[in-house]
Design a protein around this ligand. Structure first.
Ligand code: NAD
Ligand code: UFG
Length: 385
């Protein structure tokens, strides 16, 4: 079992019935627990029993929802704060079905200082994982102020609320985007940082804010996790990547081709200096990524030491290789056309995963076939309601 989370200073949980802005999951929501592979049917230990809780900002989103499940499986509890700007309203119900226990959700904005204070007052929070952010690199070029406001304002508000509550353990969602165009492959954490768009700027700025804050007070223990390319979905096929707008990323777009919503994948360039001319990335199964958060949190608790690690597999796949893997999952060849290179793209980004292995004992286990099969199971189930 993981070590117990230390409690925030002097805080006591109060009753939640009837509180404005909080919704305990209602259960059900059209999801039949009996239809969930791997659902135990047993109740899972909750924070009410343990009195210890992890705050997940953006916890209804893609990576946050899978991390919620992984935390529960590891014996932790979690409270979600999400404004549902990029998450479906039924995610909490689905998390209840998967974990077999109530899900506590605060609907609101991570920049809302009063709401954050209330969450810390009402829950014995021992640590936070900060997922909530805007994440579309292309959109950030059109709306830089929105990205600066949500991504920097959200982190700042959370850090202030945590300090006020005496909670000093934080895991932060960073990105391989902070490496810009990597000069060395696979990319080690020591590689120079840069950015190519306002989204990347906000992730780099957040890392730098965390460095300054961490250096200011020894009580802080901060994990900066640089994700490579998360894909796939939970084995239950109840949660997964569910873009509310246009699918900008490769796998969500391929999924829409498989569903028949789009005619063909546009391959952004076949003249890159890679083995087949298409872009190469380090795709990591979202369940592996979620497990990485639990291990990082465990390390923060056990050692009190801040750390920055890559979360990737160390293995790169080209666009055409991923399309072939998805085609295998679907059982037919999915069409593609070659399109011009996308602005801001780079040829290849692959993680050096050795620090995460040495420091946290983390190794990604699932391969691209599992990533694509689980994505397909999720999107085809979602299509059928
Ligand atoms: P996501 O959009 O699915 O999840 C983010 C969640 O935050 C959503 O549920 C959204 O509703 C919520 N949110 C957004 N703004 C909010 C606000 N102001 N207040 C409260 N909630 C808010 O994205 P994701 O893929 O799960 O990404 C999670 C984190 O990981 C983000 O910080 C993202 O930048 C980072 N990241 C993602 C990727 C990726 O490819 N998915 C790669 C690297 C880093
Ligand atoms: N691609 C296509 N067609 C598409 C979409 C993508 O050919 O319709 C190609 C891209 O050119 C690239 C590869 O597929 O070669 C992967 O593209 P994604 O958009 O899925 O992922 P990126 O690596 O470009 O970027 C993602 C996030 C970034 C983040 C980065 C690293 O969008 O915000 O992963 O974490 F910074």
């Amino acid at each position: 079992p993981p070590p117990p989370l230390p409690l925030a200073r002097g805080r006591r949980r109060r009753g939640r019935a009837g509180r404005r802005g909080i919704s305990g999951g209602t259960g059900g929501g059209g999801v039949d627990p009996a239809a969930v592979p791997g659902h135990s049917g047993r109740g899972t230990r909750t924070g009410d029993a343990m009195g210890q809780t992890v705050l997940l900002t953006g916890g209804a989103g893609y990576i946050g929802s899978h991390t919620f499940v992984a935390l529960r499986a590891a014996g932790h509890d979690a409270v979600i704060l999400d404004n549902f700007s990029n998450a479906r309203g039924d995610v909490p119900d689905r998390l209840e079905v998967i974990t077999g226990a109530p899900v506590r959700v605060y609907r609101g904005d991570v920049r809302d200082a009063a709401l954050l204070a209330r969450i810390f007052a009402e829950n014995a929070i021992g640590a936070a994982i900060h997922f909530a952010a805007l994440k579309a690199a292309g959109e950030s070029v059109e709306k830089p102020l929105d990205y600066i406001d949500v991504n920097l304002g959200g982190l700042t508000a959370l850090l202030k609320a945590m300090r006020e509550a005496g909670c000093f353990r934080l895991v932060f969602s960073s990105s391989a985007t902070v490496y810009g165009t990597p000069e060395v492959l696979p990319v080690p954490e020591t590689a120079p940082r840069g950015y190519a768009n306002p989204y990347g700027f906000t992730k780099l700025a957040c890392e730098q804010i965390l460095e300054q804050v961490g250096a200011s007070d020894p009580r802080w223990a901060i994990a900066t996790l640089r994700y490579f390319n998360p894909v796939g979905a939970h084995a239950s096929a109840l949660i997964g990547e569910d873009p509310q707008d246009f699918p900008n990323n490769l796998v969500p777009f391929v999924a829409e081709v498989a569903l028949g919503k789009r005619a063909a994948l546009n391959v952004f360039g076949d003249d890159w200096p890679t083995r087949d001319g298409t872009g190469v990335r380090d795709y990591i199964h979202v369940e592996d990524l979620a497990r990485g958060h639990v291990m990082s949190l465990g390390h923060l608790i056990a050692t009190g030491q801040s750390h920055t690690v890559n979360l990737g597999t160390g293995r790169g796949y080209s666009v055409l290789e991923m399309l072939a893997a998805y085609s295998r999952a679907v059982g037919r060849e999915l069409p593609h056309v070659v399109a011009p290179r996308r602005a801001g793209d780079v040829a290849e980004v692959v993680a050096d995963p050795s620090k995460a292995a040495a420091l946290l004992g983390f190794r990604a286990e699932k391969g691209v076939d599992e990533m694509c099969a689980s994505s397909w199971a999720f999107v085809s189930r979602r299509r059928n309601g």
